[in-house]
Every structure is written in structure tokens, then in C-alpha cells.
Write a protein that binds this ligand. Sequence first.
Ligand SMILES: Cc1ncc(COP(=O)(O)O)c(C=O)c1O
Length: 298
Amino acid sequence: MLPNLPPPDLHQAIRALLLAARAATQGKMGVSFHVGSQCMRPTAYQAAMAQASRAIVRAGVMVDIVDVGGGFPSVYPGMVPPDMSDYVDSIQRGFADMMVHEETELWCEPGRALVAEAQSILTKVELRKNDALYLNDGSYGNLFDAAHVKWPFPVKLYRGEGEGAHEVEGPLKPFRFYGPTCDSMDHMPGPFWLPEDIREGDYIEIGMLGAYGVAMTTRFNGYGDAETVVVGVRAGRSHHPPATGKPGGRTQGRPSVASQGPGRQEPPQAVKPTHCSVTSAAGRSVPVALYQWTGVTL
Ligand SMILES: Cc1ncc(COP(=O)(O)O)c(C=O)c1O
């Protein structure tokens, strides 16, 4: 812990600490930061690197690694980030301006951008009251981001069990979700656009939950049991809203404009996945959809 000193002495203490760390790390000392997850502003990296560079100069040490952390975004409905090449440009510019030596390595630690599209959650409708759907999953389960940052994840409706399970389509209407815990925070406002005849016993597939989905689950109030099914990868399908906004369109790479505001009241136009029924590790037949990660080329 750093002592409580006035700024000049504190800087001296930090410098001594960094020098000691440098001696101890034998050529592998670095700086790292995280600009914040789902960062929609590529220049945030350059700004953070400028700050890190100033800290390096103030400390009077050389670093061997600059680690720009995670934060790279995925494409959720209503949130279409700038092109990934803008992020790379910003990082390259930031690195060129940093006070580092020639051998300094540039690292990054993408999380969400790599895995968000890799997983869907299937949750059961336990109760319907008008536009409120009560589910067996919620903010203490896989739906942390849907509750706490109110993201309207893409959804699909399935009906039936086993071989009889099938996707249900039809006129859509906005719904909100509630989880199973009776806690006031167990509320996911959406809106989630689903067929208007959705009913108890139906399954909702919530897509784009490969990042901060299952990793955020708790065992609060004894809830949180889930079965995991690995279904492999099929080419050419994505939950991403098409760049054109036209129904039925397919996302071609990454759209470059933020065309949909968070407050809009139209259904996100999800691209149709390939769906099938598979047997989970617990022996239950579960309807699943197959998606491919298409969003990001790093
Ligand atoms: C140290 C560190 N690096 C990288 C990441 C990945 O961040 P993101 O998913 O925003 O890319 C995290 C996320 O918690 C983190 O804690």
C-alpha cells in the first residue's frame, strides 16, 4: 500500500516502487488499462495510451509491454459500433506517440468482441401477464446486462419439446421480462419483440450471450441451474441486425453507422439462424439455434 504523502513525495515513492518492480520483473514490466466494456468510441484507446505514456514519463521507467486491455465492442441490436479498423488505427496512433522503447510489445485482451455471438440462452416462459413475461432466468442468472444496462438482446420464440420443438413466427409485439427471484432488480425492460401469441411453456432463445452471460450467474435464492449444449458452428448466420435495416437482410461484415437509437420502438431485424433440436448432457432434448460469429476481425 502506498503511504499517505504529499504529491512530490508520493511521486518519488511511486517511482521507487516502479523501479523495484522493474528489477523484479526482469524485462517484463508493462502498463495495462481497460477503457470500459463495449467501448463505442475508438479514440478512447488513444486517449488512454496518452495518459499511460504520461505516467511512464513521470515515473521515469521504461516498459516492455503496453496492454490496451479489452473493451472492443460486439454488435447488439440498437448498438452498431464503428468499424473494428477504426479501433486498430486509434491504437496504432496511440502506440506511435507513446514513450516506449523499440522492443516494447503491444498487447490486447479482447473478451466480449470475441465471444458474444458464441452463445444463446434458452429460457422458459413460466407466466404471462399482458406484456410481462416471467422467465426461469433473470438478472441473477444469465441476463445481467439485460437488467443492469438494459440491453435489448435479440430473441426468438420456440414452442414444443424434443423433436416437436419448432420456431414460432408471427406479428411481433414488445415484451418485458421478469426473472424468478421476486427481487425488484430482477427486471429486464427490453423491449423484447416476440410473437404476440407467446404463452406459458414456450421457450425464448436470447442470443448474443456468449459474453457476460453464464459468467455472471449467481446461485442467489437457489436459482441458476442450466444445461449446456455444444452445437458447433455453421457458416453465414448471425443475430446481427442487417446494416440496411431492411427485414430479412443479412449483415455483411460490420455496418459502420449507428443507425438505431436505444429508444426506438421497432423490432430488431434478426437474421434467421439455422435451428434444430439436440440432446443436452442431462439427456433432455432442447431446441437450439446455430449462429456464427461474424462481427470482428482483429
Ligand atoms: C483484465 C481484463 N482484460 C480484459 C477483459 C475483457 O474485456 P471486454 O470483454 O470488455 O473486452 C476484462 C473483462 O472483465 C478484464 O477484466
